[in-house]
Design a protein around this ligand. Structure first.
Ligand SMILES: Cc1ncc(COP(=O)(O)O)c(C=O)c1O
Length: 374
């Protein structure tokens, strides 16, 4: 759900795409995004594209034709990275896990030291599974073999810590429509000084895309302010406002709010007698994947919630078709009131389909809030 203040910001008068006021906005957006990413990077922009545009930018700029591109693959968006790597004519090495699982630090290290790739990619928060992958061991091993690391932070940014600098990530991208509480249309994108140096000094071939060439984009958003494309001004107003809302709440408070509502929702789900698909330590803070109970139709549960309450939850797809629900609790909706409402109606919808829910889901969620003092 989009922050109400973001809608207001989008109705402000449009200035030109080279107007000094626009560059004030892009500068403030850069500062806000750096805070969310946890970085001091000089190159941080909002690409005029959705999250997939950020992904394409990362792969087009940092994966050279003929180079070795290693992708940790355990979900739908990992597969998209693989597809993009192949289209860039890289040799793609895929390190698989079943959807919803992640790798131990030893497995990450072993794969990278064995394959010695030029670039490594992983999806920090996999939206198709609800699983978190910590990139620390990936970055350490990748840097030992001289590889760059791309992290997909599309679902995480603004709801969970990314810690770009601490983790050692080189390139990360995200979207405006998830943890940042804005409409879709922009892709936050950040690059480490190390990766920029590789791009300017070591990349041998020309970047095969014009629109997503970050050296050209740097001349627009950076020093020269030279026309590159006509930026979608209202979307920048939206992102600026979304980031202002986040700064006012405080990033740590926002993270804690998401984690608490996740914990309360999961406590309720488990008390009901359902299981989560992802192991506790790797569950996302803003996207939950309870397993579909035997004999229950996910479509019927989703229809009940939509028809009666206008609540939109998703089903599983790919390897998880008919196996999980995918439930986002993020941004303005990550509150005690909305989470309890959702839990209550979700239980009602499951019972209506014949699921024998154990009593006590609401009490378990309430107890979680009580332990946190809220
Ligand atoms: C993890 C992940 N990566 C990439 C994307 C692509 O983003 P978009 O749909 O904004 O192009 C998504 C979209 O949901 C995603 O969840």
């Amino acid at each position: 759900m989009v922050e109400p203040r973001v809608y207001d910001a989008m109705s402000k008068p449009i200035v030109g795409h080279l107007d000094p006021f626009f560059f004030e906005i892009t500068q403030a957006v850069k500062t806000g995004l750096n805070t969310c990413f946890g970085t001091a990077n000089e190159f941080t922009v909002a690409m005029s594209a959705t999250g997939s545009g950020g992904m394409e930018t990362a792969v087009a700029n940092f994966v050279e034709p003929g180079s070795k591109f290693l992708v940790f693959a355990s979900g739908y968006f990992c597969d998209r990275l693989i597809d993009m790597g192949k289209r860039q004519r890289a040799t793609v090495i895929q390190i698989d896990k079943p959807w919803g699982e992640t790798w131990t630090p030893e497995e990450m290290r072993e794969a990278i030291l064995r394959e010695k790739p030029n670039t490594v990619a992983y999806v920090a928060a996999e939206t198709s599974t609800g699983c978190w992958t910590d990139g620390k061991a990936i970055c350490e091993a990748a840097h030992e073999v001289g590889a760059l690391v791309i992290a997909d932070c599309v679902t995480a940014l603004g709801s969970m810590p990314i810690e770009f600098d601490k983790t050692g990530i080189d390139v990360a991208y995200s979207c405006s429509q998830k943890g940042l509480g804005c409409p879709p249309g922009l892709s936050p994108f950040t690059v480490s000084p190390r990766a920029l140096e590789w791009l300017t000094k070591e990349r041998k071939s020309q970047i095969p895309t014009w629109y997503f060439d970050i050296k050209l984009l740097a001349e627009y958003f950076g020093g020269a302010k030279r026309y590159h494309h006509t930026a979608p001004i209202s979307m920048f107003y939206a992102l600026h406002e979304g980031l202002t809302v986040i700064a006012e709440e405080g990033l740590e408070n926002r993270f804690a709010r998401h984690r608490l509502n996740r914990n309360a929702f999961v406590a309720g789900i488990e008390a009901m007698g359902m299981e989560m698909h992802v192991h506790r330590g790797h569950q996302l803070w803003n996207l939950m994947t309870p397993k579909l109970p035997e004999g229950i139709s996910d479509m019927a549960v989703r229809k009940h919630l939509m028809d009666n309450y206008g609540i939109d939850i998703a089903g599983g797809f790919g390897q998880l078709t008919g196996k999980v629900f995918r439930i986002g609790i993020m941004g303005v909706l990550a509150t005690k009131r909305d989470t309890l409402f959702l839990l209550e109606k979700f239980e009602e919808a499951l019972r209506a389909q014949g699921f024998k829910a154990k009593d006590g889901a609401m009490a378990a969620a309430e107890a979680m809030y009580a332990t946190s003092g809220s």
